[in-house]
Ligand binder design. Structure first.
Ligand SMILES: Nc1ncnc2c1ncn2[C@@H]1O[C@H](COP(=O)(O)OP(=O)(O)OP(=O)(O)O)[C@@H](O)[C@H]1O
Ligand SMILES: [Mg+2]
Length: 225
């Protein structure tokens, strides 16, 4: 079964002075359940745009985006927000942890929002995930007290918290040193081994080569898939 389906998808940004910029130009793509896919492309090629459409953060201007069987173009913004909580975990380039919450609370948050797993299990699951990413001993720290690599590992634990079938990551290693890059990639591999479909964006061919499949994007078009 395909988890992500793009059918002739266009995303046209309208900037202030009526200027239009087509960031995605007729993207068609299918990603199957359990795949581990790298989205490779240079800066400005449309990686973030594609990831945001797949995650329902933004909507296509034209074409269809169907994820986990849901046509995201048919949902309202609030329906999409609700859909996201159960269907997708997203790792952002700049972590986006909630600064006023501790590491543990950041990982608990998506579970509380999704209402899943049952309340009594959430704390144990959050600590297990923090174990998985090697951050359990920092559970009570705040994001500002962590390094970039540590924040990104917490962000991965958070993305997995509500147990979504799909994990999307937008340049999750962009701001990390070699050792932390490696750790983060290993965590994506591990998430895939645990059964998640994984799509991660990168401009680094070396990192992309770790995936089972490389989808290459240039100027808003898929040039290899
Ligand atoms: N909100 C926006 N308004 C106007 N143009 C935008 C907007 N967001 C992105 N773009 C343009 O769309 C194109 C694709 O942007 P996108 O962020 O998807 O690229 P990217 O591949 O993620 O690049 P990077 O590797 O630098 O993160 C770029 O040319 C960018 O300038
Ligand atoms: Mg980007």
């Amino acid at each position: 079964m395909a988890v992500i389906v793009f059918e002739d998808v266009w995303k046209i940004y309208r900037t202030g002075r009526g200027v239009e910029y087509p960031a995605l130009r007729g993207v068609s793509l299918e990603i199957g359940e359990g795949e581990f896919v790298a989205l490779l492309g240079p800066s400005g090629s449309g990686k973030t745009t594609l990831i945001y459409l797949a995650g329902g953060i933004d909507v296509a201007t034209r074409g269809r985006v169907v994820v986990n069987g849901t046509d995201l173009g048919r949902l309202s913004e609030s329906e999409r927000a609700k859909w996201r909580r159960r269907n997708v975990g997203i790792v952002f380039q700049f972590y986006h942890l909630v600064p006023t919450l501790t590491v543990l609370e950041n990982v608990l948050l998506p579970m509380d929002l999704a209402g899943h797993p049952p309340k009594a299990e959430r704390r144990r699951r959050a600590l297990e995930l923090l174990d998985l990413v090697g951050m359990r001993d920092k559970a009570d720290k705040f994001p500002s007290q962590l390094s970039g690599g540590e924040q990104q590992r917490v962000a991965i634990a958070r993305a997995l918290a509500a147990d979504p079938p799909l994990l999307l990551a937008d340049e999750p290693t962009a701001n990390l040193d070699t050792e932390n890059k490696e750790r983060v990639v290993e965590l994506l591999v591990e998430a895939n081994r645990l059964g998640k479909t994984v799509l991660y964006a990168t401009h680094d061919p070396g990192l992309a080569s770790r995936a089972g499949r490389i989808v290459e994007i240039r100027d808003g078009r898929i040039v290899r898939s």
